[in-house]
Design a protein around this ligand. Structure first.
Ligand SMILES: [Zn+2]
Length: 334
C-alpha cells in the first residue's frame, strides 16, 4: 500500500516537472521571436508600432511645449496617439519617427512674437522681447517725439508675421522733436544786435539820473534790488515786478534801443540808452516790439511781460544802470 503510494507520487512529480519545463520553453520561444510592443492609434486608425512608448511620448510632449522653431510658443494637437500593448513579430519594425511625423502634421503651431505699437496701432513686428525693448530704448535715447505713445505687445498667432530689424524699426518710428519757433514781432531788422552789459556791478548809493522815469508796468514787487535768491548765483541787479503775461511794458523814458533780443538768464530783453549814461533794462519779456537802433519815446510800448530766461513766473525784471553800474530802481520808482 505504502509502496504504491510512493510510486504514484514520484510519477506525479515527474509529470509536474515536465509541464513546468514546457511552459519555460514556450516563454523562451516567445521572448526569442516576439518583443513587447505597443500598437499606436491616432483617431482610431492604427498608424504603427512603438517599442519605446515613454520615449515617443516625451518627444511628442516636447514638441507640444516648444514646437520646432524659435518663435513657436506651443503646438495645439487635436488628437493625441493612443497605445495598446501587443506582441510584435520579429521582422516587423517599430516606426516611431513615422508616428511622430503624423502627430506633427496634425498640430497647429502657435507663434509668439512682439508687436510695436504707436497710439495702440500695431506698426511692426520683431521676433523677441529683447529686440522690442532695444527699439523702445533707442527711441528714448534719441528723444523721439512720439516716445510716450510707443508700446510693446506680446502676440500669439497661428501665422508668423514678417519681422523687421531693430535698426529699421527705430528709423521708421523716430519722430524729430519740433524745434521751438522763434516768434519775431513788429520789426524785421536784426533785433539781436548790440552789446549788453550783464556785469553784476551794483551800487547801494543814490546817484542823480538827470532824467525823470515812469513806471514801465504796475504790479507786485516780488524781488528787490540786491536781494539773493536760490535761482540766482549773484546779487539781484534789478527789481522784479510780477504781473500777467502779455502786459504791455512801457519805456521808462525816451531814448534809443541798444539791444532787443534774447540774452542768457534775462531771456527776451530790451535795453534803452537814455541821456547822461543812463540805461534801463527790461528782462524776461514774452514779446519784443522794438529793435536795436530804434528811437522810443517815454510811455511807448516796447515789449510784453513774460517769463523767458531764468524766471519762475511772469514778471518784469527792471534795471537802471548809470555808466554800467546798477542802481536800486526803488530810488527812482515804485
Ligand atoms: Zn529780477
Amino acid at each position: 500500500m505504502l509502496k504504491k503510494l510512493l510510486l504514484h507520487t514520484r510519477r506525479s512529480i515527474r509529470i509536474i516537472t515536465l509541464i513546468l519545463l514546457s511552459i519555460l520553453i514556450i516563454i523562451g520561444l516567445v521572448i526569442l521571436f516576439y518583443r513587447p510592443t505597443y500598437k499606436v492609434y491616432i483617431n482610431g486608425e492604427q498608424v504603427g508600432y512603438t517599442e519605446n512608448k515613454s520615449k515617443l511620448q516625451s518627444k511628442i510632449n516636447d514638441y507640444i511645449e516648444n514646437g520646432d522653431s524659435e518663435n513657436v510658443a506651443y503646438v495645439q494637437i487635436d488628437s493625441l496617439p493612443e497605445y495598446e500593448m501587443c506582441l510584435l513579430k520579429k521582422g516587423e519594425t517599430a516606426n516611431d519617427d513615422e508616428i511622430f511625423e503624423k502627430v506633427k502634421s496634425q498640430g497647429t503651431p502657435y507663434y509668439r512674437y512682439y508687436a510695436i505699437l504707436e497710439n495702440q496701432e500695431e506698426k511692426m513686428y520683431v521676433s523677441n522681447f529683447t529686440e522690442a525693448e532695444t527699439v523702445v530704448n533707442s527711441l528714448k535715447e534719441k528723444e523721439s517725439n512720439n516716445i510716450d505713445n510707443i508700446t510693446i505687445a506680446e502676440k500669439y498667432d497661428t501665422e508668423l508675421k514678417d519681422f523687421i530689424s531693430t535698426e529699421e524699426a527705430v528709423a521708421k518710428l523716430y519722430v524729430e522733436k519740433p524745434k521751438p519757433v522763434e516768434v519775431k514781432v513788429a520789426s524785421t531788422s536784426s533785433s539781436s544786435s548790440g552789446y549788453v552789459n550783464t556785469a553784476t556791478t551794483i551800487s547801494g548809493g543814490k546817484a542823480s539820473l538827470g532824467i525823470s522815469l515812469i513806471r514801465p508796468v504796475s504790479g507786485v514787487i516780488t524781488s528787490r534790488f540786491a536781494a539773493s535768491s536760490r535761482i540766482r548765483s549773484s546779487a539781484h541787479t534789478g527789481l522784479d515786478i510780477a504781473t500777467s503775461t502779455g502786459t504791455p511794458i512801457k519805456a521808462a523814458a525816451s531814448g534809443t534801443v541798444s539791444f532787443s533780443g534774447t540774452k542768457g538768464s534775462y531771456g527776451k530783453l530790451v535795453v534803452i540808452n537814455h541821456t547822461n549814461g543812463v540805461q534801463t533794462y527790461y528782462g524776461h519779456c514774452s514779446k519784443l516790439y522794438v529793435s536795436a537802433g530804434q528811437k522810443v519815446s517815454q510811455g511807448e510800448t516796447i515789449a510784453a511781460v513774460g517769463s523767458t530766461g531764468n524766471s519762475t513766473g511772469p514778471h518784469l525784471h527792471l534795471e537802471i544802470r548809470i555808466n554800467g553800474v546798477a542802481y536800486n530802481p526803488q530810488n527812482y520808482l515804485y
